[in-house]
Design a protein around this ligand. Structure first.
Ligand SMILES: NC(=O)c1ccc[n+]([C@@H]2O[C@H](COP(=O)([O-])OP(=O)(O)OC[C@H]3O[C@@H](n4cnc5c(N)ncnc54)[C@H](OP(=O)(O)O)[C@@H]3O)[C@@H](O)[C@H]2O)c1
Length: 266
């Protein structure tokens, strides 16, 4: 049977198993999972009774044609080296690792290879998974992988040269925006009688509502600012301060992330 294999049952591996099975895009008999530790394999078997569990990476590679590598970037090449000898060559390797290029993957496995950058927000069926196929990947296998990830959110096809910047927005983005929500809530709580919990609840709800508004209306963010920040009003006073300082802060943050991106897994 053409099973989907997932190597690594950590944050991303478990999110994918939950997402693929809960959405119904895969049946329980279509997924095989393995992980380095017995604890992780047992946790998967307990969470999803009846799921295929492989005792080793090689066993999984023998059982599956589509193999998702959900291990950390520094472990990807080691795992690939381990499974390549038992593979037929017509498999499809899907790597989630930031910083490991298609050329590096194809250097070890000169067959069908795809890079996928997931996002933690797929846990709630939202956000965008980035997909970048290698030259050898055929249309059928490409669309199978795109279909899988479409079941847990949006999918965007990107060129490899676009991946670093797109990763910052789709995959690092939830971490960046969560930090901003926290700072906004903390600042208002510090300056008022509002408790931190209530400030955080308001800031989170307003962020979700603002994203929903922009998505539904198609309005440009700058136009929304103009609607809310009327001349001489309260919002304008805040936006003015942000506009003075934020471009520099964001330039620094993006530069730091791009620098780190280049070093991941090396
Ligand atoms: N977290 C994110 O938001 C995010 C976003 C985009 C991309 N990614 C990428 O997704 C990948 C996984 O990240 P993660 O956050 O899920 O990491 P993680 O939570 O550390 O999970 C990695 C898993 O890999 C398993 N593992 C390590 N070495 C192994 C080996 N030799 N054979 C089999 N299993 C092995 C570990 O198993 P045990 O637990 O059994 O020891 C662990 O559960 C990374 O490449 C990362 O760059 C993550």
């Amino acid at each position: 049977m053409d099973c989907i294999g997932i190597i690594g049952y950590g944050h991303m591996g478990s999110m994918l198993v939950d997402g693929f099975l809960s959405s119904g895009v895969l049946g329980i008999d279509e997924v095989v999972v393995t992980s380095r530790s017995r604890e992780s394999r047992d946790a998967c078997a307990a969470a999803w009774p009846g799921i295929g569990i492989a005792g080793t990476n090689s066993e999984l590679a023998r059982r599956c044609r589509t193999i998702i590598l959900a291990v950390r970037p520094q472990e990807v090449m080691e795992v690939l080296r381990e499974i390549v000898p038992v593979m037929d060559g017509d498999e499809h390797i899907v790597s989630l690792a930031a910083g490991i290029s298609l050329a590096e993957l194809e250097g070890l496995f000169p067959g069908q290879v795809t890079r996928v950058i997931p996002t933690i927000t797929s846990t709630v069926g939202q956000g965008t998974t980035l997909v970048c196929h290698g030259r050898q990947t055929g249309m059928q296998d490409a669309s199978r992988v795109e279909g899988l990830f479409s079941s847990i959110g949006n999918v965007m096809l990107v060129g490899e040269e676009e991946l670093p910047a797109a990763t910052i927005l789709s995959s690092c983005g939830p971490g960046l925006l969560a930090a901003i929500i926290e700072e906004l809530a903390d600042a208002t709580a510090r300056a008022s009688g509002l408790t931190t919990d209530r400030a955080l609840s308001l800031a989170t709800e307003t962020t979700a509502a603002t994203a929903a508004y922009l998505r539904k209306t198609g309005e440009a963010p700058g136009d929304l600012v103009g609607r809310v920040a009327t001349g001489g009003g309260v919002t304008e006073a805040g936006v003015k301060r942000l506009r003075e300082r934020l471009p520099g802060v964001f330039d620094e943050a993006v530069a730091a992330m791009l620098e780190r991106y280049g070093a991941v897994g090396k």
